[in-house]
Design a protein around this ligand. Structure first.
Ligand code: ZN
Length: 318
């Protein structure tokens, strides 16, 4: 008998990551293909289906289910990608119908930040919890929630926009057009701004060597590793900003665990430590005592594993 595998797909603006996931949540094979976001989305979905078919045939597996996460706003019930800011040519794409048509199987679609949260919940840092928030730090700042053991999406699948909670009504301008959002401080642009403000104040730093336009969080990490005080401070401030926003959610929802993931989260305790201290310092006592702030465990695989889990063909008890 052929072994059944679940396909998990994670669509980003640069690559489509595709994995075959065993029923116990292990990725047995994965690959990536270019997203080619200026070609029609149907073309990308066709190549994705072809890649899955090839992987299944080569390894002699049988397809048990398909889940797919994409950036942007989606309709989970209808399997439609409405739009995604970083993939502007793809609008109102019936992802479920197209991909499901190619592979002759229903497809479950959700937003990528949600899918990463489901992955961490089922097989990563959120395992064993019932009330969890995952925060994804990257170019933008995403969020996904599990409440009472169920993925929480809100009435129109728009829940979890942690990055656009307000830290400061008169604060820095965010990519969404509003002021003072969390993302404006701890998204990639936020890091640039944090560094620029400190340098403008006359501070010295290894970071003065880098063109502010191309400065990335990884450069700040490197400088912090070399003992640069300004870089260390940027991460600490980032943790404090995050901690304030997380504390609001914890007071509101009495969460059990907050999982911090995404590329920037590689800075680890430099961000998590101050975030934790801030949450415990400003949260009300009872919810504060109940919550843990922990790093994500699945890294870039969270999207693939979460997508496969969402398709309903994985078990959490293995
Ligand atoms: Zn915003």
């Amino acid at each position: 008998m052929k072994k059944a595998m679940c396909a998990g797909i994670d669509v980003g603006a640069t690559y489509v990551k595709i994995g075959l996931v065993s029923s116990g949540g292990k990725i047995v094979r994965k690959t990536q293909i270019p997203s080619k976001i200026h070609a029609p989305a149907a073309e990308m979905l066709g190549r994705t289906a072809e890649t899955i078919r090839q992987m299944m045939t080569e390894d002699g597996y049988e397809l048990a289910g398909i889940g797919i996460g994409t950036a942007g706003q989606v309709d989970v019930d209808k399997g439609i990608l409405h739009e995604a800011p970083n993939m502007p040519d793809w609008k109102e794409v019936p992802v479920g119908d197209i991909l499901g048509g190619h592979l002759d199987m229903p497809v479950v679609l959700d937003n990528d930040a949600n899918v990463a949260a489901w992955g961490e919940y089922a097989f990563g840092a959120g395992r064993g919890t019932r009330f969890m928030l995952m925060v994804t730090l990257g170019t933008g700042v995403g969020g996904g929630m599990v409440l009472d053991g169920r993925p929480y999406r809100g009435i129109t699948n728009a829940a979890g926009e942690f990055g656009h909670s307000t830290l400061d009504m008169d604060g820095w301008v965010c990519g969404c057009g509003r002021r003072g959002c969390v993302e404006a401080y701890v998204g990639t642009q936020g890091f640039k701004r944090q560094v620029a403000e400190k340098l403008k104040a006359g501070r010295t730093s290894l970071l003065t060597r880098i063109d502010p336009e191309v400065l990335m969080p990884v450069d700040i990490s490197r400088a912090a590793d070399e003992g640069d005080a300004l870089a260390v401070e940027v991460f600490r401030d980032t943790g404090v900003y995050l901690g304030h926003a997380i504390a609001d959610v914890v007071n509101l929802l009495n969460l059990e665990r907050v999982v911090i993931g995404g590329g920037v989260a590689k800075a680890g305790e430099r961000i998590l430590g101050p975030a934790r201290e801030t949450v415990h310092a400003i949260c009300l006592r009872v919810p504060s005592n109940a919550v843990e702030i922990v790093p994500a465990q699945l890294g870039n695989d969270a999207g693939i594993i979460g997508a496969a889990w969402m398709a309903g063909c994985l078990r959490q008890d293995e």
